[in-house]
Design a protein around this ligand. Structure first.
Ligand code: NAP
Length: 490
């Protein structure tokens, strides 16, 4: 059944928020309900009044039937404190001026033109769903995958597919020295029992319990001073009772691979680098105790080929160093690491949105403080960007708060897209839900999401596992919210 115009789908609990308010003031669509999108919604409701823009209505559009983006589907399950950011973001979604419209795929269920017709402003907040490639031979072999895919799998993302990951292998290489690489290495190094009280889906828990992984190799192409990980995350790797971390002390000799002196300078002046080096040095001094799983953190080695015929058998690495100008160079010395799974954790990548400018080289939407710039370099009226799509895949979740505030300041400072000094009255524009209803598209409402939320909590209680167990797969999510397949989920 199609909901009446101006109301959210899914029953009385959904009939709230902007649709129930008087149709005046600024109407904004935020595309994406991850932290960047929801911090944007929060900044809009907080800042609009002070900026003299009257009452604001914010529709948060989301491809999935579930909100929270990377907080739900990117943060490692053994990081409950970061996951609890969802409790904060929930309050944003429950603000009467904010409405969740899930199951809507931008470019398929709705277009940029639809949004510019229905809203005074559109903020793109779709993050970085893709991943960067190594571009080396063997990358397509079975057993070689993006760490992002592995993360999606253990977080129960519905796009991860039912096949999952076979952890019946002994040795895994994780390429990259960022926080995602640490998350992945830690998840591989932990015993499954550590995940029982977390929200990982049942099939993931079963795969982790069946894991035969014993050796995990973190592979950094540059040195410890250039590693991107944060010290807190690095320490967490060393705090696993069933795992031990091994570091080759030679890798920590800052001058041996870097004739520029930059590594030494960083170790002196950058607190994060100094603290990371102290943690790594402790590990280098440790005598391995023979614990069940070992993580080797290695630097100055560049993957050059993934070896195997039917599947991954080994990884070929070249020793690297910096030249006098600080450029990364190969030394011509190679070694072969026997591994059966290679996870490349070399950064996420944003995807272009149909009709929205995109800088292919930097993989961001060109912008000036969040104002989307067209090919002529001028701001496109009414279009804004936030989060990883705006600045690239860097920073922690909290970084999105100040980033969103900047974009919202720009949005509120700009004249209405039609050139009027004040924004057009919301009543002058058609409602997106009406346009969607005409085309038989029914969004997943906040009430629908709450049904999924309750089902996941009930499942945890049934299984005697923690506060929540995620439903895995589209069918389970669609079944839990009960109004059939989401409009544009897959
Ligand atoms: P990242 O921090 O950008 O790290 C990417 C790593 O990949 C770097 O070590 C980089 O080395 C390496 N790399 C890139 N291209 C490579 C290549 N061709 N061959 C070998 N190595 C290559 O990215 P990330 O780990 O995906 O993290 C993304 C963001 O999310 C970061 O801001 C991170 O802090 C954040 N995050 C935070 C948490 C947390 O706070 N708990 C957890 C997860 C993610 P080079 O430096 O040499 O390029």
């Amino acid at each position: 059944m199609v909901p009446p115009p101006g109301t959210a789908a899914g029953g009385s609990a959904a009939v709230r928020g902007p649709s129930a308010a008087a149709p005046t003031g600024l109407r904004v669509a935020v595309v994406g309900s991850g932290p960047a999108g929801l911090y944007t919604a929060e900044a809009l409701v907080k800042q609009a009044g002070a900026a003299g823009r009257g009452e604001v209505e914010v529709d948060v559009l989301e491809r999935l039937p579930t909100p929270y983006g990377l907080v739900r589907y990117g943060v490692a399950p053994d990081h409950p404190s970061i996951r609890s950011i969802a409790d904060y973001l929930r309050r944003v979604l429950e603000d009467p001026r904010v409405r969740f419209l899930g199951g809507l795929c931008f470019g398929r269920d709705l277009t940029r033109e639809h949004l510019l017709t229905c809203y005074d402003a559109v903020v793109y907040a779709t993050g970085a769903p893709g991943d960067r490639r190594l571009r080396i031979p063997g990358e397509e072999l079975p057993g070689s995958a993006a760490a992002a895919e592995f993360v999606r799998w253990y977080c129960g993302h519905p796009d991860a597919g039912p096949a999952g990951f076979d952890l019946g292998v002994e040795s895994v290489a994780v390429i990259g020295t960022g926080n995602v690489a640490l998350d992945v290495a830690r998840v591989l190094a932990r015993p499954a029992v550590d995940f029982r009280a977390t929200d990982v889906p049942e099939p993931v828990l079963a795969a982790l319990a069946a894991s035969r992984v014993r050796r995990i190799h973190l592979v950094g192409r540059r040195g410890p001073a250039q590693a991107r990980f944060t010290t807190r995350e690095l320490r967490a790797l060393g705090a696993l009772p069933a795992g031990e971390v091994v570091v080759d002390r030679a890798d920590l000799d800052l001058d041996a691979f870097d004739p520029t002196g930059e590594s030494t300078r960083l170790a002196r002046e950058d607190r994060r680098v100094r603290d990371n080096l102290a943690v790594l040095a402790q590990w280098a001094d440790r005598v391995p105790e023979g614990r069940p799983r070992r993580v080797t953190v290695g630097f100055w080695q560049q993957p050059v080929e993934i070896l195997g015929t039917d599947r991954v058998r080994a990884l070929r690495l070249e020793r690297t160093g910096l030249d006098a100008s600080g450029r990364l160079v190969g030394t011509g010395r190679y070694r072969t690491l026997p591994v059966q799974l290679v996870l490349r954790s070399v950064g996420y990548r944003s995807a272009p949105l149909p009709g929205v400018p995109f800088d292919e080289r930097r993989a961001v939407v060109p912008n000036d403080e969040g104002r989307v710039l067209g090919p002529d370099g001028r701001a496109r009226p009414g279009e804004y960007v936030v989060g990883w799509l705006k600045r690239g895949p860097t920073g922690v979740i909290g970084s999105n708060k100040s980033d969103a505030a900047q974009t919202v300041r720009a949005l509120l400072a700009d004249p209405a897209p039609d050139g009027a000094a004040a924004p057009r009255g919301a009543g002058a524009r058609p409602r997106l839900t009406e346009l969607l209803a005409e085309r038989g598209v029914r969004p997943v409402s906040y009430a629908d999401w709450l049904a999924i939320d309750r089902r996941e909590q009930a499942l945890a209680a049934e299984l005697g596992r923690g506060a929540r167990v995620k439903l895995s797969g589209w069918a389970a999510l669609d079944g839990a919210h009960g109004h059939g397949p989401a409009a544009g989920g897959r």
